[in-house]
Design a protein around this ligand. Sequence first.
Ligand code: AMP
Ligand code: GLY
Length: 429
Amino acid sequence: MKVLILGSGGREHAFAWKLSQSPKVTKLYIAPGNAGTETVGTNVNISATDFESIKTLVLEKSIDMVVVGPEDPLVKGIHDYFLADLQLKKIPVIGPQKSGAQLEGSKEFSKKFMEKHNIPTAKYKSFSKENITDGYRFLESLKPPYVLKADGLAAGKGVLILNDLNEAKNELSMMIENQKFGTASSTVVVEEFLTGIELSVFVLTDGKSYKILPSAKDYKRIGEGDTGLNTGGMGAVSPVPFATDEFIKKVEDRIVVPTINGLIKDGIDYKGFIFIGLMNDGGNPFVIEYNVRMGDPETEVVIPRIKSDLMNLFEGVANQNLHEKSFEVDARTATTVMLVSGGYPEDYEKGKKITHLDLVKDSIVFHAGTTKKDNEIITNGGRVMAITSLGENIKQAVSQSFLNAECIKYDKKYYRKDIGIDLLSFTKN
Ligand code: AMP
Ligand code: GLY
């Protein structure tokens, strides 16, 4: 099989790394990819949302399957584009069509979906220009903190959590009337604040059956102790020690099964990943959000723990016989530590030469924002690379990631030195 992966981050490098190990994969392309994906496949300099150029590439290289990494092409309808094209319609796309991608593309849609299918989530109401005064009244009826969410995609920045009622009203007005997040905030979901500990569970589905992939926890803030600005993710751990078998069973019964059945009932043919952001409130799971793709950097800890052939699983998704495919998970713990450019998530410089990669031992380096110039690897983004290690426990795995994170050199390198530390109290060793 010739496979094309769309995207350019650590998630896509992890997919490429894993698929390149499959005897079923004869040729791997990544568009646009990074300096890491180039070591396991062939990069093609095409944007993941340039559907016309993707079509040309797929036909020219006789590609047999397309795996979509980020949400953007899915929300913009890449899967629908393939299905509507006579030459492309038989080529499977791993990732939902537009109808399913709304689970991430519209917070209002996903809240309505959960309400309709009795999936536990925070109580909510949505508001737009027409009923903004009802929005102020609704905020008055809630207790702080107040949670405001832009309905559409806002590059991960569309959620505001505020303690002050007047500030919340003001932000609601800024979002709706002043288009704080552009058209993404023409509609705003206002919801109850959930308490508990966050984690994510990932599902791969062919639209009928599903596999529950390993759980993971990511570290979103730039600063140690979860302080400072939000980022794309500074590190991740899998499995999550407080996600016991009993808890995961509740997630399966109360969330995964009703989600898959809800999609079927609503006539949404869903083939791909579902990323379920959860709050564990006293042992009970509540959905914070759905994403229609894998997480980044969660993929960098989930994929290395999957022992089974990923291509075989993707074939199961494409042919709707996922239930027949074997699925085995490594019992060890995986941790990843993200190296970023100094200044990220605000302004940062690119083009810094990265050295000492050859000194990395017993970790996997998944590139994110890197590229090659004059045969040297240089930084090309805020998140530069994720250092993944496997160990018998969090401590062992993360020490290895830190050791290698220290050894890689580039100007203004930064990483959080507390990844996984908060989880140690949940572990026995
Ligand atoms: P989202 O983009 O929906 O993942 O929201 C970003 C972050 O805001 C989540 O990871 C949570 O930490 C937090 N968050 C979102 N919704 C809620 C909620 N209803 N209660 C508490 N925290 C929330
Ligand atoms: N790490 C969070 C995300 O991928 O959305």
